[in-house]
Design a binder for this molecule. Structure first.
Ligand code: ZN
Length: 264
Protein backbone atom coordinates (compact mmCIF):
# COMPACT_ATOMS: atom_id res chain seq x y z
CA UNK A 1 0.00 0.00 0.00
CA UNK A 2 2.82 2.38 0.86
CA UNK A 3 4.33 2.75 -2.63
CA UNK A 4 0.87 3.33 -4.04
CA UNK A 5 0.27 6.09 -1.48
CA UNK A 6 3.55 7.78 -2.46
CA UNK A 7 2.65 7.52 -6.15
CA UNK A 8 -0.73 9.10 -5.42
CA UNK A 9 0.84 11.94 -3.43
CA UNK A 10 3.37 12.60 -6.21
CA UNK A 11 0.60 12.50 -8.81
CA UNK A 12 -1.50 14.94 -6.80
CA UNK A 13 1.46 17.33 -6.48
CA UNK A 14 2.16 17.20 -10.22
CA UNK A 15 -1.49 17.87 -11.09
CA UNK A 16 -1.75 20.64 -8.48
CA UNK A 17 1.42 22.35 -9.78
CA UNK A 18 0.25 22.15 -13.37
CA UNK A 19 -3.15 23.61 -12.50
CA UNK A 20 -1.55 26.47 -10.58
CA UNK A 21 0.85 27.14 -13.46
CA UNK A 22 -1.89 27.30 -16.07
CA UNK A 23 -4.14 29.53 -14.00
CA UNK A 24 -1.70 31.87 -12.31
CA UNK A 25 0.96 32.64 -14.88
CA UNK A 26 -0.46 35.20 -17.29
CA UNK A 27 -0.57 34.32 -20.97
CA UNK A 28 1.87 36.14 -23.22
CA UNK A 29 1.99 39.85 -22.45
CA UNK A 30 2.88 40.69 -26.05
CA UNK A 31 0.18 40.60 -28.69
CA UNK A 32 1.11 43.38 -31.12
CA UNK A 33 4.63 44.60 -31.87
CA UNK A 34 5.34 47.58 -34.12
CA UNK A 35 8.72 47.61 -35.88
CA UNK A 36 9.76 50.92 -37.40
CA UNK A 37 12.37 50.85 -40.20
CA UNK A 38 13.98 54.30 -39.84
CA UNK A 39 13.62 56.87 -42.65
CA UNK A 40 12.28 55.99 -46.14
CA UNK A 41 11.41 57.66 -49.43
CA UNK A 42 12.95 61.12 -49.81
CA UNK A 43 14.37 60.78 -46.28
CA UNK A 44 17.36 58.55 -47.01
CA UNK A 45 18.85 58.76 -43.53
CA UNK A 46 22.64 58.69 -43.38
CA UNK A 47 24.55 57.59 -46.50
CA UNK A 48 27.59 55.32 -46.16
CA UNK A 49 30.92 56.07 -47.88
CA UNK A 50 30.07 53.29 -50.40
CA UNK A 51 26.71 54.94 -51.14
CA UNK A 52 24.41 52.69 -49.07
CA UNK A 53 21.43 54.65 -47.71
CA UNK A 54 20.42 54.01 -44.10
CA UNK A 55 16.75 53.64 -45.17
CA UNK A 56 17.62 50.49 -47.18
CA UNK A 57 19.46 48.77 -44.31
CA UNK A 58 16.74 49.60 -41.76
CA UNK A 59 13.98 48.17 -43.99
CA UNK A 60 15.89 44.97 -44.76
CA UNK A 61 16.61 44.34 -41.07
CA UNK A 62 13.01 45.19 -40.08
CA UNK A 63 11.61 42.66 -42.59
CA UNK A 64 13.95 39.99 -41.23
CA UNK A 65 13.05 40.93 -37.65
CA UNK A 66 9.33 40.55 -38.41
CA UNK A 67 10.01 36.99 -39.63
CA UNK A 68 12.27 36.16 -36.68
CA UNK A 69 9.62 37.30 -34.17
CA UNK A 70 6.80 35.49 -35.97
CA UNK A 71 8.81 32.27 -35.97
CA UNK A 72 9.44 32.39 -32.23
CA UNK A 73 6.26 34.12 -31.05
CA UNK A 74 3.60 32.87 -33.50
CA UNK A 75 0.78 34.42 -31.45
CA UNK A 76 2.22 37.94 -31.90
CA UNK A 77 1.04 40.25 -34.66
CA UNK A 78 4.07 42.14 -36.03
CA UNK A 79 3.22 45.40 -37.82
CA UNK A 80 5.76 47.46 -39.77
CA UNK A 81 5.42 51.24 -40.08
CA UNK A 82 6.54 50.84 -43.71
CA UNK A 83 7.12 47.79 -45.90
CA UNK A 84 8.63 49.62 -48.87
CA UNK A 85 10.62 52.73 -49.71
CA UNK A 86 8.06 55.33 -48.66
CA UNK A 87 8.36 58.36 -46.46
CA UNK A 88 6.34 58.27 -43.22
CA UNK A 89 6.43 61.32 -40.92
CA UNK A 90 8.01 60.58 -37.51
CA UNK A 91 4.86 61.32 -35.53
CA UNK A 92 2.75 59.00 -37.70
CA UNK A 93 4.99 56.10 -36.78
CA UNK A 94 4.14 56.19 -33.08
CA UNK A 95 0.56 57.22 -33.90
CA UNK A 96 0.25 53.92 -35.82
CA UNK A 97 1.63 52.01 -32.82
CA UNK A 98 -0.95 53.68 -30.55
CA UNK A 99 -3.74 53.02 -33.05
CA UNK A 100 -3.05 49.26 -33.30
CA UNK A 101 -2.59 49.15 -29.50
CA UNK A 102 0.95 47.87 -29.80
CA UNK A 103 2.55 46.40 -26.69
CA UNK A 104 5.97 47.39 -27.89
CA UNK A 105 7.55 49.83 -30.39
CA UNK A 106 11.04 49.36 -31.80
CA UNK A 107 12.66 51.75 -34.26
CA UNK A 108 15.67 50.57 -36.27
CA UNK A 109 18.43 52.94 -37.39
CA UNK A 110 22.07 52.92 -38.48
CA UNK A 111 24.43 55.42 -36.95
CA UNK A 112 26.64 58.04 -38.58
CA UNK A 113 29.61 60.02 -37.35
CA UNK A 114 32.15 62.40 -38.86
CA UNK A 115 34.86 60.16 -37.41
CA UNK A 116 35.08 57.31 -39.93
CA UNK A 117 36.43 54.90 -37.32
CA UNK A 118 33.38 55.29 -35.06
CA UNK A 119 31.75 51.87 -34.69
CA UNK A 120 29.47 49.77 -32.53
CA UNK A 121 25.95 49.37 -31.29
CA UNK A 122 23.86 51.60 -29.06
CA UNK A 123 20.26 51.41 -27.89
CA UNK A 124 18.13 54.35 -26.79
CA UNK A 125 15.01 54.99 -24.81
CA UNK A 126 13.30 58.32 -24.53
CA UNK A 127 14.28 61.05 -22.17
CA UNK A 128 14.21 64.82 -22.05
CA UNK A 129 17.90 64.95 -21.18
CA UNK A 130 20.40 63.16 -23.39
CA UNK A 131 22.87 60.82 -21.65
CA UNK A 132 25.82 62.68 -23.15
CA UNK A 133 26.82 65.09 -25.91
CA UNK A 134 27.03 62.41 -28.59
CA UNK A 135 23.53 61.14 -27.74
CA UNK A 136 22.20 64.71 -27.91
CA UNK A 137 23.78 65.27 -31.33
CA UNK A 138 22.51 61.94 -32.65
CA UNK A 139 18.93 62.71 -31.57
CA UNK A 140 19.20 66.13 -33.22
CA UNK A 141 20.46 64.46 -36.41
CA UNK A 142 17.69 61.81 -36.47
CA UNK A 143 15.03 64.38 -35.51
CA UNK A 144 16.13 66.80 -38.21
CA UNK A 145 15.89 64.35 -41.08
CA UNK A 146 12.45 65.71 -41.73
CA UNK A 147 11.75 67.02 -45.24
CA UNK A 148 11.48 70.81 -45.52
CA UNK A 149 7.77 70.78 -46.40
CA UNK A 150 6.88 68.97 -43.18
CA UNK A 151 8.99 71.37 -41.15
CA UNK A 152 7.38 74.36 -42.89
CA UNK A 153 3.91 73.02 -42.26
CA UNK A 154 4.33 72.92 -38.51
CA UNK A 155 4.76 75.58 -35.94
CA UNK A 156 8.34 74.83 -34.86
CA UNK A 157 8.25 76.35 -31.38
CA UNK A 158 4.89 74.86 -30.48
CA UNK A 159 6.26 71.50 -31.58
CA UNK A 160 9.25 71.76 -29.24
CA UNK A 161 7.00 72.79 -26.35
CA UNK A 162 4.72 69.84 -26.97
CA UNK A 163 7.65 67.46 -27.11
CA UNK A 164 9.01 68.82 -23.84
CA UNK A 165 5.74 68.28 -21.98
CA UNK A 166 5.19 64.81 -23.49
CA UNK A 167 8.71 63.85 -22.46
CA UNK A 168 8.23 65.18 -18.96
CA UNK A 169 5.01 63.19 -18.51
CA UNK A 170 6.56 60.07 -19.99
CA UNK A 171 9.60 59.98 -17.77
CA UNK A 172 7.25 59.74 -14.79
CA UNK A 173 5.48 56.59 -15.91
CA UNK A 174 5.90 52.86 -15.61
CA UNK A 175 6.09 52.64 -19.40
CA UNK A 176 9.30 54.62 -19.19
CA UNK A 177 10.78 52.07 -16.83
CA UNK A 178 9.70 49.26 -19.16
CA UNK A 179 11.31 51.07 -22.10
CA UNK A 180 14.58 51.04 -20.18
CA UNK A 181 14.15 47.33 -19.46
CA UNK A 182 13.38 46.59 -23.13
CA UNK A 183 16.41 48.65 -24.23
CA UNK A 184 18.66 46.68 -21.88
CA UNK A 185 17.41 43.25 -23.01
CA UNK A 186 17.61 44.09 -26.73
CA UNK A 187 21.01 45.75 -26.35
CA UNK A 188 22.60 42.90 -24.38
CA UNK A 189 21.41 40.34 -26.91
CA UNK A 190 22.57 42.45 -29.87
CA UNK A 191 26.04 43.13 -28.47
CA UNK A 192 26.47 39.40 -27.73
CA UNK A 193 25.55 38.53 -31.31
CA UNK A 194 27.45 41.09 -33.35
CA UNK A 195 30.55 41.35 -31.14
CA UNK A 196 31.00 44.99 -32.09
CA UNK A 197 31.85 47.81 -29.68
CA UNK A 198 29.30 48.12 -26.90
CA UNK A 199 28.35 51.80 -26.80
CA UNK A 200 25.74 51.15 -24.15
CA UNK A 201 22.08 51.87 -23.43
CA UNK A 202 21.48 55.60 -23.56
CA UNK A 203 18.72 58.16 -23.30
CA UNK A 204 17.92 60.97 -25.72
CA UNK A 205 14.95 63.09 -26.87
CA UNK A 206 14.05 61.26 -30.10
CA UNK A 207 10.86 62.61 -31.69
CA UNK A 208 10.03 59.17 -33.13
CA UNK A 209 9.77 57.73 -29.60
CA UNK A 210 7.79 60.62 -28.11
CA UNK A 211 4.07 60.01 -27.88
CA UNK A 212 4.31 56.21 -27.76
CA UNK A 213 2.07 54.87 -25.01
CA UNK A 214 3.92 51.55 -24.85
CA UNK A 215 7.55 50.60 -24.12
CA UNK A 216 9.54 52.11 -27.00
CA UNK A 217 13.20 51.93 -27.99
CA UNK A 218 15.44 52.99 -30.85
CA UNK A 219 18.31 50.71 -31.87
CA UNK A 220 21.35 52.00 -33.77
CA UNK A 221 22.54 48.68 -35.18
CA UNK A 222 25.93 49.91 -36.41
CA UNK A 223 27.74 52.81 -38.09
CA UNK A 224 26.92 53.13 -41.77
CA UNK A 225 29.55 55.90 -41.89
CA UNK A 226 32.23 53.31 -41.07
CA UNK A 227 33.34 51.67 -44.38
CA UNK A 228 33.73 48.21 -42.79
CA UNK A 229 30.43 48.34 -40.94
CA UNK A 230 28.66 49.65 -44.05
CA UNK A 231 29.72 46.48 -45.92
CA UNK A 232 28.68 44.19 -43.04
CA UNK A 233 25.32 45.95 -42.59
CA UNK A 234 24.56 45.31 -46.26
CA UNK A 235 25.18 41.55 -45.98
CA UNK A 236 22.16 39.31 -45.51
CA UNK A 237 23.97 37.00 -43.04
CA UNK A 238 24.84 39.94 -40.79
CA UNK A 239 21.35 41.45 -41.10
CA UNK A 240 19.89 38.08 -40.12
CA UNK A 241 22.17 37.90 -37.08
CA UNK A 242 21.03 41.38 -35.99
CA UNK A 243 17.35 40.51 -36.53
CA UNK A 244 17.59 37.26 -34.56
CA UNK A 245 19.45 38.97 -31.73
CA UNK A 246 16.81 41.70 -31.44
CA UNK A 247 14.09 39.02 -31.46
CA UNK A 248 15.89 37.20 -28.62
CA UNK A 249 16.05 40.48 -26.68
CA UNK A 250 12.30 40.96 -27.14
CA UNK A 251 11.67 37.37 -26.01
CA UNK A 252 13.78 37.88 -22.89
CA UNK A 253 11.93 41.14 -22.19
CA UNK A 254 8.62 39.32 -22.46
CA UNK A 255 9.80 36.63 -20.01
CA UNK A 256 10.86 39.28 -17.52
CA UNK A 257 7.57 41.21 -17.82
CA UNK A 258 5.58 37.97 -17.37
CA UNK A 259 7.69 37.08 -14.34
CA UNK A 260 7.09 40.50 -12.75
CA UNK A 261 3.34 40.25 -13.47
CA UNK A 262 3.28 36.76 -11.94
CA UNK A 263 5.05 37.93 -8.78
CA UNK A 264 2.60 40.82 -8.38
ZN1 ZN B 1 18.42 57.13 -38.60
Amino acid sequence: MRPLFIVLVVLFCVVATQTATAEDIPASTLKVIVIDPGHGGEDTGAIGPGGTPEKKITLEIALRLKKAIEERLPHVNVVLTRTDDTYIPLKERTALANRVRADLFLSIHANAAYRRGASGVETFFLSLEASDNEARMLAALENNMIPAEELNSMDGLKEVDELTSILWDLTQTETHHESQLLAEFVHTSLVDAVREENRGVKQAPFIVLAGATMPAVLVEVGFISNPEEEIKLSQSVYQERIARAIATGILNFEKEISRIAYED
